[in-house]
Design a protein around this ligand. Structure first.
Ligand SMILES: NC(=O)C1=CN([C@@H]2O[C@H](COP(=O)(O)OP(=O)(O)OC[C@H]3O[C@@H](n4cnc5c(N)ncnc54)[C@H](O)[C@@H]3O)[C@@H](O)[C@H]2O)C=CC1
Ligand SMILES: O=C(O)[C@@H]1CCC=N1
Length: 267
């Protein structure tokens, strides 16, 4: 795991909880304070040397910011790796296309681009994978195996990954924002923050469970809560007046465009 930040930690933590052995994971993290945190929390080996971690690895996971990818690739290029042992490279980095890695790695290197999300920290991630040019069925199966231990896995063509990033990669932030806004609104109505938080969290969890398990779609489930002339209709009218639906169209378009821009700097 190259990059032990928020998403790297989420995958490491999820993998360990799902039964991966600590000895099978090595994290490369360049900030010493962060390394100490990870070592203390997970009892795994953390190093600042990419060469050290990559030697002997079957899978290299890149979890650095898009702007740090070229430095990582340069370090991998300098590392004297065992050329007999083919490594699968899994990039969790937003925006950066598989071709950027393929152009810098030895010819024929298998690269999968993954868009994960942070709920994998609690085993509820939604990961989406797109295969690079040299990915074989076994490589895809290995990527799937790693990611299924922390949630669901969907495979799409790489042309759809920017849109996926807008939906599920950034998606948890939208739900957290809605939760924050509802909690503040409940407090404004005079409820305690603790009571409001408990109610909002359970309402989100219960609504997600209904969407996942009832077999009904979101529009029908919403209609079932909306009594004629009732409280929900009054609330929805205000949300629509506030432009909530248009805001989501615009927000997801902006995220999709930003993902495409992050990857277009070099190819
Ligand atoms: N945070 C999220 O919800 C999601 C993030 N991503 C992607 O995951 C990647 C990482 O994001 P975060 O974890 O949020 O960022 P972060 O900033 O929390 O973590 C990145 C880590 O990489 C380390 N790092 C940077 N250069 C390094 C190098 N050369 N060698 C070793 N370590 C190095 C940094 O010290 C930092 O700890 C990004 O590319 C982002 O697009 C994808 C989906 C969701
Ligand atoms: O905001 C970002 O760029 C990353 C990618 C998806 C979620 N977080």
């Amino acid at each position: 795991m190259i990059g032990g930040g928020r998403i790297g930690e989420a995958l490491v933590s999820g993998l360990l909880h799902s039964g991966f052995a600590t000895k099978d994971l090595v994290v490369v993290e360049k900030f010493p304070a962060r390394s100490e945190e990870l070592t203390a929390e997970y009892s795994i080996r953390v190093t600042d040397s990419i060469a050290d971690a990559a030697e002997g690895a079957d899978v290299l996971v890149i979890a650095v910011k898009p702007g740090d990818v070229d430095v990582v690739l340069a370090d991998l290029g300098k590392a004297d790796l065992d050329s007999e042992r083919e490594k699968l490279l899994m990039s969790l980095v937003a925006g950066v296309p598989t071709s950027r890695y393929e152009n810098r790695l030895p010819a024929g290197s298998p690269v999968v681009r993954v868009m994960p999300n942070t709920p994998m920290l609690v085993g509820e991630g939604a990961s989406v994978i797109a295969a690079g040019r040299h990915v074989k069925p076994d490589d895809l199966a290995l990527a799937r195996q790693v990611l299924e231990s922390v949630g669901t896995v969907t495979v799409v063509p790489e042309s759809q990954i920017d849109a996926v990033t807008a939906v599920s990669g950034s998606g948890p932030a939208y739900f957290f924002l809605v939760a924050e806004a509802m909690i503040d609104a409940g407090v404004a109505l005079g409820l305690t923050r603790a009571t409001t938080t408990e109610l909002v969290v359970q309402t989100m969890t219960g609504s997600a469970a209904m969407l996942a398990r009832s077999g009904e779609n979101a529009a029908d489930l919403r209609a079932a809560v909306t009594s004629p002339g009732g409280t929900t209709a009054a609330a929805i009218r205000e949300l629509e007046r506030g432009g909530v639906r248009t805001a989501f169209y615009e927000a997801l378009s902006a995220a999709r465009d930003r993902s495409a821009a992050l990857g277009s700097s070099a190819d």
